[in-house]
Ligand binder design. Structure first.
Ligand code: BDR
Ligand code: CA
Length: 313
């Protein structure tokens, strides 16, 4: 049976690849809508990038919304140094013809959860959790209607990628992440501990361009651009591919391993702002609010991604 999802995102090359993976999998995933959020780059550019990616996939019937421009309590912090000045540097994608929907992304999330059958809609978050936090604050009645939130967020064993203590998506809006983690909604967290094991080695990038379609070429060009920063930073032979793990988890959960634990967000300290304090060894009796994934079968992940991208134009 297909699973209904809303993708909340700040594209971003790895976000774009996640969106393509979802849109290439209509028999598994019914993508109800895509909502942009301020994150890797400002909201307007993220929304434009989402439109470009939807056009690249050929699935132009999927609506795209713009959500929040900035975090709940803080100024927006962006990551052009990783993703380039457009947020999606690499491929030369045409300016989109498709337009954004008029409704605000947060209201779209609320209305969709209220109108769909309870327990049927999964939220997939690939950026800061601002839109979901705002939706839960504005309309707490939606919480029990959400099937699950699957998020690329956080780190424990790998600690931080944006500061020594914090992963980017949580660092940008720790208050929103805190609201979401305390909401009681079932959560699967895909942290850097997983994505740092899913590396785009050269032969894997060649696998994407070797498909011979537009999407495969664009994905290879995206990775070739965004990997520069990570190759130098981590000194590995390949760069992590973060956000597509969220979609891969929905498509093939057997590729991943993890356990149910408590995760709490640090919001008070400046030094460790946005740290995901994961009780991985179950030292406390805090509620186990998160299915925390720890590792992935990286060869299986790249096999799945390559197979699915081959279905696109
Ligand atoms: C996350 O930060 C963003 O730059 C990526 O798109 C990913 O969602 C990784 O920390
Ligand atoms: Ca992202």
């Amino acid at each position: 049976m297909t699973r209904k999802i809303i993708i909340d995102t700040d594209p971003g090359q790895d976000d774009a690849i996640a969106i393509l993976l979802a849109l290439a999998s209509p028999e598994d995933l019914d993508v109800l809508g895509i909502v942009a959020v301020g994150g890797n780059i400002g909201l307007a550019q993220n929304a434009r990038n989402a439109l470009k990616v939807v056009e690249l996939s050929g699935r132009t019937e999927v609506p795209v919304y713009a959500g929040c421009e900035r975090p709940m309590r803080r100024m927006l912090v962006t990551a052009e140094h990783v993703h380039g000045p457009t947020g999606l540097d690499g491929p030369d994608l045409p300016e989109p013809k498709k337009k954004l929907e008029a409704q605000h992304g947060v209201d779209y999330i609320i209305d969709t959860l209220r109108s769909e059958e309870p327990g049927t809609v999964t939220l997939c978050t690939l950026g800061p959790l601002t839109n979901i936090g705002m939706a839960l604050v504005k309309a707490p009645d939606i919480a029990p209607r959400i099937r699950e939130i699957v998020m690329m967020a956080g780190a424990y064993f790998e600690v931080g990628n944006f500061t020594p203590a914090a992963e980017f998506n949580v660092y940008v809006d720790p208050e929103a992440a805190d609201v979401v983690l305390r909401s009681g909604v079932p959560i699967t967290m895909i942290p850097l501990d997983v994505t740092h094991g899913v590396l785009s080695y050269a032969h894997r990038i060649e696998g994407f361009s070797g498909i011979g379609n537009k999407a495969g070429r664009a994905v290879a060009e995206m990775i070739l651009f965004s990997q520069k920063f990570d190759l130098e930073k981590y000194g590995n032979e390949g760069a992590p591919l973060h956000d597509p793990c969220v979609i891969a988890w929905l498509l093939e959960p057997d590729l991943f391993k993890g356990r149910k634990i408590n995760v709490t967000i640090e919001t008070a300290s400046e030094l460790t702002r946005g740290m995901t304090v994961a009780d991985y060894w179950q030292i406390t009796d805090r509620p186990r609010n998160v299915l925390y994934l720890r590792s992935a079968d990286d060869a299986g992940f790249y096999r799945l991604l390559t197979e699915r991208l081959a279905r696109l134009p």
